[in-house]
Design a protein around this ligand. Structure first.
Ligand SMILES: [Zn+2]
Length: 554
């Protein structure tokens, strides 16, 4: 599930019994699990074997572009091959490369003047105006541009053209957007060779490291924007040295590099048994990527106890905001209850629920259908999407470059975070709690069908449609892969057990998953898929036809 920056995630707080919180964490599930061979039916044991593998620390959080993500997609492709599903990616493979690129300044980038050299990372961090590509330059004369953040003192655009423009520090505390402002097209210094802002000490170390790294973006020349001057967030020493050398020529070795990065969807088809209907598909999806390492290790147990305590307090008071004092009290309680236990430092966001749970549910479904004696009449399309967490990019790419005709997809069932939703996780949570999002937006018939299938389950779920409401501030409908299908008029259902206190934390680990419930969700989706795969007619569309180019509307 794509992270969404809320304007104010408000908190209420009173003290809760934190030792009880810590005790509650010591659940029955192990931290590691030796894999066992999986079987045809959807089972708790299979889901555990798969999720402990997919969300293992060795996968490093599976961020797009990483070795861990390559590994997890290879595991999925190997499983699909073993199960005999037909590859439906590029060139007869299971993979569809979505053309990710890393763009950034090389680690050897430097600026020198006279006998002094300044290096990327220690002395400066280059930034670029959004969407811009860096102007390449080898040398430029140094000019003083004026005072940073005070445009009344700035030199003209003409005077800055082709120059290395160095700004003097501003003694005032500037607003964030001003402080780290990159000069883009239309700005005063758009035609400068580069601009130096003496603000590096104001940038926190993790942000500095992150900005010095190349960024991961969708490739394609069309998306490369206008040429812009690199803006260097520089140390005061570097800025002073450059100002002292005004009029001299500086050597600019700012090498902007674009290199391909791995990023692939995994796609397979199980052909339907009915020649008349096998040209139609029921699409099933999940996302395989999660997040990069966090810059600082944190104590897993303390973090989890804190987040859980905060969640309980919120819920108990029905409030949305805590005072800093109340939060401090929780911290004190958490620290005290930790006693003498050594810290378990953690920096890997394992994404067990997000979306390891959907990934392994999808694999279990592939195994169940592939090993069943009779296939559905329609074909099944399994798409394991990449780059969901950085903007639904894998689903965006697949729906723009579909490997089966998109109008032959009768519905898309998305599973993203289907392993939680317990009493501690969400208000109203429990074994029967399941959120459905989007299921009636394009086809009421699809929404009705999911409910009918649910009623036939031995232990039906209670669907929470609250997050599907028009205009809901969490915008859940727009925050996972199904939205990319829906914009092209494919009716969708998003199965989701809700956000919780481990969401996008290093504590989203396999030992906190409810496998029994996940198996029941997998079975529900299996039965919905079977119904969609076998019924005579595809779900009737009755919602307003969406505009694929419009922004998603909750
Ligand atoms: Zn997510």
């Amino acid at each position: 599930m794509l992270r969404f920056t809320r304007v104010s995630r408000l908190l209420g707080a009173a003290l809760v019994a934190v030792p009880a919180v810590l005790a509650a964490q010591n659940g029955a599930l192990p931290m590691k699990l030796a894999p066992r061979p999986t079987t045809g039916p959807i089972t708790v044991a299979d889901l555990m074997t798969r999720l402990y593998r997919v969300a293992d620390d060795s996968m490093g959080g599976r961020p797009t572009g990483s070795e861990g993500h390559v590994k997890v997609t290879q595991y999925i492709a190997d499983e699909l091959r073993r199960l005999g599903l037909r590859p439906a990616g590029d060139n007869g493979t299971y993979f569809q490369d979505i053309g990710m690129e890393r763009r950034g300044f090389s680690a050897t980038s430097a600026v020198s003047v006279g006998n002094r050299s300044f290096h990327i990372g220690d002395d400066f961090v280059p930034i670029l105006a959004r969407g811009g590509r860096a102007r390449a330059g080898t040398a430029a004369d140094i000019v003083i541009g004026g005072t940073h953040g005070d445009s009344t003192t700035w030199i003209s655009a003409d005077a800055a053209r082709g120059k290395l423009v160095v700004m003097r520090p501003n003694p005032r505390r500037l607003q964030l957007e001003q402080r780290f402002m990159a000069f883009g097209p239309g700005s005063r210094f758009a035609d400068a060779a580069a601009v130096v802002l003496p603000v590096l000490p104001q940038l926190a170390a993790p942000a500095r490291r992150q900005l010095a790294q190349p960024s991961l973006v969708m490739g394609g020349g069309a998306r490369m924007g206008a040429e812009v001057p690199p803006t260097l967030l520089a140390s005061p020493e570097m800025a002073q040295a450059l100002i002292a050398a005004t009029g001299q020529s500086a050597t600019l070795a700012l090498r902007f590099e674009v290199t391909p990065a791995p990023g692939r969807n995994v796609i397979a088809v199980l052909p339907g048994r009915d020649p008349a209907l096998r040209g139609q598909y029921v699409a099933l999806g999940a996302h395989t990527d999660h997040d990069p390492l966090v810059p600082y290790g944190v104590d897993h147990d303390s973090l989890r106890a804190f987040n859980l305590a905060r969640e309980r307090v919120l819920r108990e008071l029905g409030e949305r905001r805590a005072t800093p004092q109340q939060l401090a009290n929780i911290r004190v309680d958490v620290a005290a209850s930790r006693g003498g236990r050594p810290a378990r430092t953690d920096s890997i966001k394992n994404g067990a629920d997000d979306d390891g749970s959907g990934t392994v549910t999808l694999l279990e479904l592939a195994e169940a259908f592939a090993t069943a004696p009779q296939k559905p009449r329609r074909s099944l399309l399994f798409v394991f999407h990449v780059a969901e967490e950085i903007g639904l990019l894998g689903a965006d790419y697949f729906t723009e470059h579909p490997t089966v005709p998109l109008d032959s997809v009768v519905a898309q069932l998305n599973m993203d975070m289907v392993g939680r939703g317990g009493v501690d996780d969400i208000a109203g949570g429990g074994p029967g709690y399941l959120q459905l999002v989007g299921s009636r937006r394009l086809s009421r018939e699809l929404g009705d069908l999911v409910e009918a299938v649910n009623r036939r389950q031995p232990q039906p779920f209670t669907f929470d449609y609250g997050f599907d409401a028009d205009g809901h501030p969490e915008r859940i409908y727009c925050r996972s892969d199904h939205a990319m299908y829906a914009r092209y008029g494919v009716p969708v259902t998003f199965f989701h057990t809700g956000l919780h206190h481990d969401y996008h934390q290093v504590t989203d680990e396999p030992q906190y998953i409810d496998y029994e419930k996940m198996a029941r969700i997998a079975t529900l989706i299996h039965d919905v898929t079977l119904e969609l795969g076998n019924r005579a007619e595809r779900p009737k569309l009755d919602g307003p036809k969406p505009d694929p180019n419009a922004a998603c509307k909750q």
